[in-house]
Design a binder for this molecule. Structure first.
Ligand code: GLU
Length: 317
């Protein structure tokens, strides 16, 4: 299928699969299947304090139960060497440097509020250390037994000219001056590792993803990713960011809005097609919220019908 559409589902095992993630995955799956393309399932399990044991396997099972299928499957924790290689490429081009600033240091240096919860980094460590080890020695001048060693992080040397503009397939024109908004952003928290931003870029490029479909909470992360595609000489995908599901209070769907985990609906005797039927309605198909299996939706899905406002969830039927 060379030259065809390649899409992906990229769950993070930070919690159970719920209506919010599934709605986005439906759009991703339908865009791929409607264009006769390939779907990749990628579990994004790089170290994260919020990861829950068993959540990755449960997500895969829930997706299958809902009727999703895919052509290739990957797990990020098995791909660390690829991310380390990309980091080394950036380092050898002078585009990555070690930084010893703590989150508190970075916050303290902020002059104005920035978009979302992303912090601006003023570049304190830009030309400060000759190597990773040099930065480690700075953080741990006299390492003592029983005292935890602190480690630096890698940051990207954002170019002076870093206004990134792109045309999102759903959200439309988007642009950000990455230098002014974020400055030098973090790439990894270990010497040979990768954080989310770098790993996603490396993976989407390696897997030949042609379009990234995801929640619009990641729209502000996209310009950093585009800078990395360019710095690494990788082919950029297209982007399609869809609105999230929110609770009646307008806030992103979460536990406080009740239990919307797929596994809980399933345990309560609700059928997969009732869930996909409801979500199909929310995406502008299926006006009467009839139960419909996912496989039947590829024939009627019309991306232009997806509402531009977040879906406010009250109940399934
Ligand atoms: N794994 C990320 C998440 O669950 C999504 C990453 C992406 O789609 O680029 O939020």
């Amino acid at each position: 299928m060379s030259g065809g559409y390649v899409g992906r589902l990229a769950p993070s095992p930070t919690g159970a699969l719920h209506l919010g993630n599934v709605r986005t995955f439906m759009v991703a799956w339908l865009r791929a299947r409607q264009s006769g393309g390939k779907v990749i399932l990628r579990t994004e399990d790089l170290d994260h304090p919020k990861h829950k044991t068993g959540a990755a396997a449960q997500a895969v099972e829930d997706l299958k139960w809902l009727g999703f299928d895919w052509d290739e499957e990957y797990v990020q924790s098995e791909r660390i060497s690829l991310y380390a290689e990309a980091l080394e490429t950036l380092r050898s081009k002078g585009l990555a440097y070690p930084c010893v600033c703590s989150r508190r240091d970075v916050e303290a240096a902020q002059s104005a509020p920035h978009e979302g919860d992303q912090l601006h980094y003023s570049g304190t460590c830009r030309d400060r250390f000759s190597s990773w080890n040099d930065a480690c020695r700075f953080l741990n001048p006299s390492p003592a037994e029983g005292v935890a060693t602190r480690i630096p992080c890698w940051r990207f040397r954002t170019p002076d000219e870093a206004r990134i503009a792109f045309d999102d397939g759903f959200a439309g024109a988007y642009s950000m001056d990455v230098r002014a908004q974020l400055g030098d952003f973090p790439l990894a928290r270990e010497e040979k590792g990768a954080g989310y931003t770098l790993a996603v870029v490396v993976d989407d490029a390696a897997m030949g993803v042609t379009e990234v479909v995801r929640g619009d909470d990641l729209l502000p992360a996209t310009p950093q990713q585009l800078l990395l595609y360019r710095a690494l000489g990788l082919k950029e995908p297209k982007f399609f960011h869809v609105p999230l599901v929110v609770g009646p209070d307008g806030r992103r769907l979460a536990k406080r809005h009740g239990d919307t985990r797929i596994s809980s609906f399933r345990e309560a005797g609700i059928k997969a097609e009732e869930i996909t039927g409801y979500l199909a309605w929310s995406l502008g198909m299926n006006p009467n919220k009839e139960p419909i299996p996912l496989s039947a939706l590829a024939g009627i899905f019309e991306p232009a019908q997806i509402p531009h406002n977040p879906l406010e969830f009250h109940r399934l039927a």
